[in-house]
Structures are given as structure tokens and as C-alpha cells.
Design a protein around this ligand. Structure first.
Ligand code: ADP
Length: 151
């Protein structure tokens, strides 16, 4: 029964689109590139619990320019006055962008074959505005048709 359910989920990947599975931009935990990576900021990032944190240009949450991977913080000394920008310049993680109308099938292909990581920024085709993010986990959940329990 479970196998059938997963098979149906997999077949539906060509029918479902990214906009229905993404996390809306208003709900995304993000950081401005100018944020200081002091002790409080690092504690807040750890508490939020996400692996990848989109970084936006000051003043516009929809202008996502980078992604901070929390493991990059491991070598940061909170007293060194690093900003998010400085960390992003060291590690340089590219972020794929995809239209909300992209099928989950092709989103999966992008995550699988690209070197750009497993988080993509989602934009609206009509005006190119950022509307959310989608990760590989969101796609896998559509295949399984249930939430994956987070560690
Ligand atoms: P993580 O590894 O951080 O748990 P996943 O890629 O497993 O993230 O995704 C789990 C869920 O959390 C997905 O629905 C994804 O869209 C969402 N998500 C991922 N990163 C963020 C973030 N920075 N802010 C809000 N939601 C996020």
C-alpha cells in the first residue's frame, strides 16, 4: 500500500508545480547581508534550526542574493565582527531560481543534477517577484505525500 502511494506521488510530480509546495517568503527565516554575526545572532540562527538561510540585500526581503549554510558558522569567532556578507563572500553558495510554475519533476532534476544546492528561490513569472523558497525536502514530501519528521 505504501509503495503504491509513493508511486502515485512520483507520477504526480509532472502535474504538480512548485508554487503549491514551496514555503512562502513571509514564512522564511532570512538574514540581511549587513547583519553582524555576533554571539546573539549566532544563537538566534541556531535556535531557528534551519540548514540554509537565504540572505537578502538591505531593505528588500525579496532581493535574495545569497544563502548562508549554517555549518559555515562553525569556524566563525563571534568576536571577530564578521557580517553575513563577509561569510557569504568566503563560501559563495550559488542559489538556483525557478518559476512558481515549474513542475516538481523539473525542480527535482535541478536539485539532482545541479551543483547549486538543495534550496531554490521561487519567483512569480508575471513580474519576476520572489514569492518563496523550495527545497529538495519539499519535493520528497510530495512524493511520499506526507511530512518528513525533522531531526
Ligand atoms: P532543514 O534542513 O533546514 O530542516 P529542509 O531542506 O529539510 O530544511 O526543509 C524543511 C522545510 O523547511 C521545507 O518545507 C523548507 O521549505 C523549509 N525551510 C528550509 N529552510 C527554511 C528557512 N530558512 N526558513 C523557513 N523555512 C525553511
Amino acid at each position: 500500500k505504501d509503495e503504491l502511494k509513493i508511486a502515485v506521488g512520483a507520477i504526480n510530480l509532472k502535474r504538480r508545480i512548485v508554487v503549491d509546495s514551496m514555503t512562502k517568503i513571509e514564512e522564511v527565516f532570512m538574514l540581511p547581508e549587513t547583519a553582524m554575526l555576533n554571539q546573539t545572532a549566532i544563537a538566534n540562527i541556531a535556535r531557528a534550526g534551519y540548514t540554509r538561510i537565504p540572505v537578502f540585500r538591505q531593505g528588500d526581503q525579496r532581493d535574495i542574493c545569497d544563502v548562508l549554510i549554517t555549518k559555515d558558522l562553525a569556524l566563525i569567532d563571534p568576536d571577530d565582527n564578521y557580517t553575513v556578507r563577509m561569510l557569504c563572500n568566503i563560501y559563495k553558495h550559488p542559489i538556483p531560481r525557478m518559476s512558481g510554475q515549474t513542475t516538481l519533476f523539473s525542480a527535482l532534476q535541478t536539485f539532482r543534477t545541479g551543483d547549486d544546492g538543495h534550496l531554490a528561490v521561487v519567483y512569480r513569472e508575471s513580474d519576476n517577484e520572489t514569492i518563496g523558497i523550495i527545497t529538495l525536502e519539499d519535493v520528497v514530501e510530495e512524493i511520499l505525500q506526507e511530512e518528513i519528521k525533522d531531526e
